[in-house]
Design a protein around this ligand. Structure first.
Ligand SMILES: Cc1cc2nc3c(=O)[nH]c(=O)nc-3n(C[C@H](O)[C@H](O)[C@H](O)COP(=O)(O)OP(=O)(O)OC[C@H]3O[C@@H](n4cnc5c(N)ncnc54)[C@H](O)[C@@H]3O)c2cc1C
Length: 391
């Protein structure tokens, strides 16, 4: 059994790490407000990323992308997340990767919607969450009703990333009057200028992310904008989130890795009571715990991504990876701040921003408690089967 990355991915990891050190981390002090990545800076980064061959890297080759797969995308995102400039969801130059639901489009839809994203002339959003429906997709109340050759969408979505700059997005809406799990959910491609569709915000989070509210008032989309069949929305959303949750795990790994590196550096350099911090048992205990935590979380994220690349994507593995990585990220950053003492909580030091950025990752794309619920239910099912088998 080999737990090491293949040579190709080690090279990708090294190349992106050097890019992050050379092009991204200096921006944390160079640009006046590190939460806002200026347009010209983003355009410059995009050009460099394209030159390096890392644009649209996770998109399958058949759709014009780099074909690096889930594990490759995770490796890149982990490195990119070591820097805190802008919002990681802006990709910091590593664009061209759509929400995975777009791979489910038919040929005509792919030409119109997926192609421009891979080329870099468009971006998308993915709207599931509503004021009354976050973790619980069954509570979605946005409705789409078929009227002639158009769907009329009415309702609202909340906390939607990237909506302001996107040319279109995927909106999940109920297409019958069923209740709970019986409710038929469907997914629609909605273009930005469609009458009746409005975008509100941004709403700023405590970290770098900005989110938007969307409202749909008799917003009419043609029937050819339905993805798959009516009723496919729940499956499409669930499959998409399985993939993007792994990416969320990678954000946490990157933040935690940088925090640990900073903690070790500080512990080696800082003298107190005549000795370096690294010589103290209390500090070694925090550093060794962070190192072990990070290794465990990385193994969970990498193995889940590897399984996904082999077509064995598994809800339990993804829940465990996302949930553990987010919790570990918070713990490792918190310990790094403690090791830095007063300088750790200064607003102009990167750890403070990392602490704020990391917090949201325990909530976005399914929050901690719900992932733990998924894990526990899965184990409960297995143990009941074993019990029945034994009796
Ligand atoms: C920065 C950011 C970006 C986002 N981007 C998008 C986006 O692009 N598209 C999109 O669709 N959504 C997006 N979201 C929404 C995000 O996915 C939801 O916030 C998340 O799923 C949680 O839903 P909620 O906020 O409604 O919390 P709720 O579901 O109301 O949960 C509230 C709390 O209760 C807990 N809880 C809920 N159910 C249970 C249970 N059964 N047992 C125990 N505890 C439970 C939760 O863990 C949580 O702690 C974004 C959110 C943020 C903050």
């Amino acid at each position: 059994m080999n737990f090491e990355l293949p040579d190709e991915l080690l090279l990708v990891q090294q190349t992106v790490r050097e890019f992050v050190e050379d092009a991204l981390i200096p921006l944390e002090t160079e640009i006046p407000d590190p939460e806002e990545l200026p347009d010209e800076t983003r355009a410059h980064l995009e050009r460099r990323v394209k030159e390096m061959g890392f644009w649209a890297l996770s998109v399958p080759e058949e759709y014009g992308g780099g074909g690096l797969g889930q594990l490759g995308a995770i490796i890149v995102l982990e490195q990119v997340s070591r820097c805190v400039v802008g919002d990681i969801r802006d990709s910091r130059g590593f664009g061209g990767n759509p929400w995975p639901v777009l791979y489910e489009l038919n040929q005509e839809q792919r030409d119109r919607f997926l192609g421009p994203i891979v080329e870099g002339s468009a971006s998308d959003f993915f709207a599931v969450t509503e004021p009354g429906a976050g973790n619980d997709m069954n509570a979605i109340s946005t409705r789409a009703t078929l009227e002639g050759d158009q769907w009329a969408i009415n309702g609202s979505k909340s906390f939607i990333t990237g909506a302001r700059t996107a040319q279109f997005g995927v909106v999940v809406a109920a297409t019958d009057a069923g209740v709970g799990r019986e409710r038929e959910l469907s997914a629609f491609l909605v273009e930005r200028d469609t009458p009746g569709f409005e975008i509100w915000g941004p709403h700023r989070t405590m970290g770098g992310a900005r989110v938007y509210e969307l409202t749909f008032t008799n917003c009419r989309v043609p029937t050819e904008n339905l993805i798959g069949e009516p009723g496919d929305g729940r499956r499409l959303a669930a499959e998409t989130l399985l993939q993007t949750r792994l990416r969320q795990g990678a954000y946490s790994l990157g933040l935690a890795q940088r925090a640990l590196e900073l903690a070790v550096k500080h512990a080696v350099e800082r003298l107190t009571f005549g000795r370096r911090l690294i010589e103290r048992g209390a500090i070694q205990e925090m550093i060794s715990a962070s190192s072990g935590d990070l290794r465990a979380a990385r193994l969970c994220v990498y193995t889940a991504a590897h399984a996904a690349d082999e077509g064995r994507i598994d809800q339990l593995a993804v829940a465990r990876a996302k949930c553990l990585a987010a919790a570990v990220g918070s713990r490792v950053i918190d310990r790094a701040i403690q090791i830095h003492g007063g300088s750790g909580v200064m607003r102009d030091f990167v750890l403070e921003r990392m602490y704020r950025d990391q917090r949201g990752l325990r909530i976005t794309e399914g929050s901690e408690e719900v992932h733990k619920w998924v894990i526990a239910r899965s184990l409960l099912r297995t143990s009941s089967r074993e019990y029945v088998g034994q009796s």
